[in-house]
Design a protein around this ligand. Structure first.
Ligand code: FAD
Ligand code: NAP
Length: 553
């Protein structure tokens, strides 16, 4: 740690994090006349898109939709070049937004928040940075990201490796030149599946260490034509309105470049014959697996879809051992976060790509020159961790958050995250969590969910000022009721199947409580619920006046 900075600054709001959530939150609060600052650990804006610069990184939601809607001028002026833009373009967009709305003057970079403590008497938060600066603030808004704390698994011998080590979530800004190198990569989630084809093309040899094969679908990405852009911009009001009332905040506008929204399947896979399923694969490849209505509802139907999926892998990957190694088994399609790819399976037809299917013998240790597994030793010059994140709770629990009467967030969340609407936590007045656990967040186009939370929070703090109220926090009953609801609607879905191990459930981090964290009810229903709560005098919240009497229960 450098020199201690013990300055004290008084503000209306401190926002932690300068990704898409923190940037928009700052803009909204400033436009309401509030004094606010964003504290950001990184050296610039963009969050996810600032940190994840690995080769192949791009969004998997159409960019026309994975972008802010709050400024009509912004959405008319910005031209995306591809259906799903690559990381440099998304980061350029974040920078454009920061410049356009003059955000940087109220963002302090290279500043990691280490603690946020509530002062019961003053009814204010004291937010402390690693350097020791203190911000005294009425509202503390966590825009710390659901996927911002990289997970590097503890593997014996990790420090012995003498080559270069990278994590997809902390990629060097100057890029990495893999030419002439042999490379090992651990992990086949979205990040690994995007990076593997690109690293394979650049390196001399790539060895992929795969613990669980994934279900991934072809991205069908491509350039956006001027005609398409013009049409989408003309339709923007309708696109945004539809997204906001949809299940996942995505309408798939023009997916496949045609401008038509995807059709919902109506056929049941359980009604098909093996010949019909083979024919469907002949006609549509992997997309055939998605064309049945019952695979998300019935395990037997799901397993038939998994069989189709495996057959399609065998059709693409010529080496039968590699093909077998890439086939997911024993867990349903729809349990983990959906993945899309460009040439993922085709990459395994290269002679310079080795697959190590860890189901046949796991990693035993990292050595000075590579990885030792139960099925042999593998050597390489550089090692890439594509091992994901301590999702949803990692960044929040990374801060020492202490609420009313000394209660800690760590204790409150010991058995898993507890929130009301994913927005607030009982015992932590005036602390807000943008896309917090218990909200649709990672099950949606996150910019739609970010905008909805930012706007709800901004309206809420304006409302409090209007009533001369000083604080808001949920009741314990409302919090318990919401968590029960979050769990209840996820139960029985593929997302919580007993055979499912996903980061949605915390299953990727040893010792993390197994709890389904996001809200599966859909962004439309969720938005309506949040609006209803606010319109109903903040039902489920307590609003406090200065003397701590309850203005309402
Ligand atoms: P982030 O972008 O994660 O920003 C949080 C910021 O908070 C970070 O910059 C971090 O440094 C900072 N921070 C955290 N803790 C502290 C602290 N203690 N002190 C100071 N600063 C702190 N979502 C989609 O909807 N569609 C996609 O296609 C998509 N693609 C993705 C691809 C990748 C590679 C990843 C990792 C995620 C992707 N996501 C996608 C999810 C993505 O995280 C969100 O879409 C969105 O960018 C999140 O914005 P945010 O501002 O909430 O969080
Ligand atoms: P992830 O989905 O959690 O995948 C991590 C991978 O590492 C998994 O294959 C996991 O295997 C493996 N792994 C973890 N620990 C391991 C160990 N000790 N030994 C061997 N393998 C290990 O992480 P991610 O790929 O970074 O993606 C996280 C999320 O970020 C995504 O789900 C998505 O929401 C977002 N994202 C989106 C995009 C996009 O396309 N837009 C791209 C990247 C990321 P197991 O499955 O066995 O745990």
């Amino acid at each position: 740690m450098g020199e201690q900075d013990t300055t004290l600054t008084e503000l209306d709001a401190v926002i932690v994090g300068a990704g898409f959530a923190g940037m928009y939150m700052l803009h909204r609060l400033r436009s309401q006349g509030m004094s606010a600052i964003v504290l950001e650990a990184g050296s610039d804006v963009g969050g996810t898109w600032y940190w994840n610069r690995y080769p192949g990184a791009r969004c998997d939601v159409p960019s026309m939709e994975y972008s802010y809607s709050f400024s009509r001028e912004l959405q008319q002026d910005w031209d995306w070049t591809e259906v799903m833009a690559a990381q440099p373009e998304i980061l350029a967009y974040a920078n454009h937004v920061a410049d356009r709305f003059d955000l940087r003057r109220d963002i302090q970079f290279d500043t990691r928040v280490s603690a946020a403590h509530y002062d019961d008497n003053a009814m204010r938060w004291r937010v402390t940075t690693e350097a020791g600066a203190i911000f005294d603030t009425h509202f503390c808004i966590m825009a710390t990201g659901c996927l911002s704390v990289p997970n590097t698994p503890v593997i014996p011998g990790a420090d012995d490796f003498t080559g270069s080590i990278y994590h997809t979530g902390r990629w060097p800004h100057e890029g990495v030149d893999f030419s002439g190198l042999t490379v090992g990569i651990i992990g086949t989630g979205s990040s690994g599946i995007q990076a593997i084809p690109e690293i394979a093309a650049a390196a001399n040899h790539l060895t992929v260490f795969q613990r669980t094969p994934n279900y991934t679908m072809p991205a069908n990405n491509g350039p956006l034509t001027p005609d398409f852009l013009a049409r989408a911009k003309a339709d923007y009001d309708e696109i945004r309105a539809t997204e906001r009332q949809s299940q996942a905040g995505i309408i798939g506008y023009g997916f496949g470049f045609g401008g038509a929204d995807p059709e919902m399947p109506t056929d049941a896979i359980l009604d098909t014959t093996p010949e019909q399923r083979r024919q469907a694969l002949d006609d549509n490849g992997f997309a055939a697996v998605r064309q049945y209505v019952d695979i998300g509802l019935d395990m037997e139907a799901n397993e038939l879809a998994c069989e189709m999926y495996r057959e399609q892998i065998a059709r693409i990957v010529s080496d039968t051992k590699k093909a077998e190694g890439l086939m997911p088994r024993g867990y349903p399609i729809g349990c983990k976060r959906p993945v899309i790819d460009t040439d993922y399976y085709e990459t395994f037809n290269r002679d310079d790509v080795t697959l190590v299917d860890l189901r046949n013998g796991g990693i035993e240790q990292i050595t000075a020159t590579g990885i030792k597994t139960a099925q042999g030793d593998f050597e390489f010059d550089a090692l890439v961790y594509a091992t994901g994140f301590d999702a949803m709770t990692g960044a929040l629990l990374g801060i020492d958050v202490v609420g009313r009467e000394g209660r800690t967030l760590k204790n409150h969340w010991e058995a898993g995250p507890r929130t009301y609407l994913g927005l607030q936590i009982h015992g932590f007045p005036n602390l807000f969590t943008i896309t917090g656990p218990g909200s649709p967040s990672v099950l949606s186009n996150m910019i739609v969910s970010i905008e909805q939370h930012v706007e709800w929070i901004a309206d809420c703090v304006a409302d409090l000022a209007g009533r001369q109220a000083l604080a808001i926090e949920p009741t314990p009953e409302a919090e318990s009721g919401w968590i029960e609801h979050v769990n209840q609607i996820a139960s029985g879905t593929m997302l919580t199947a007993p055979s499912c191990n996903s980061w949605y459930l915390g299953a990727n981090i040893p010792g993390k409580p197994r709890i389904f964290m996001p809200y599966v009810g859909g962004v439309g229903a969720y938005r309506n619920k949040c609006d209803e709560v606010a319109a109903n005098d903040y039902e489920g919240f307590r609003v406090y006046s200065a003397d701590l009497t309850h203005l309402q229960e």
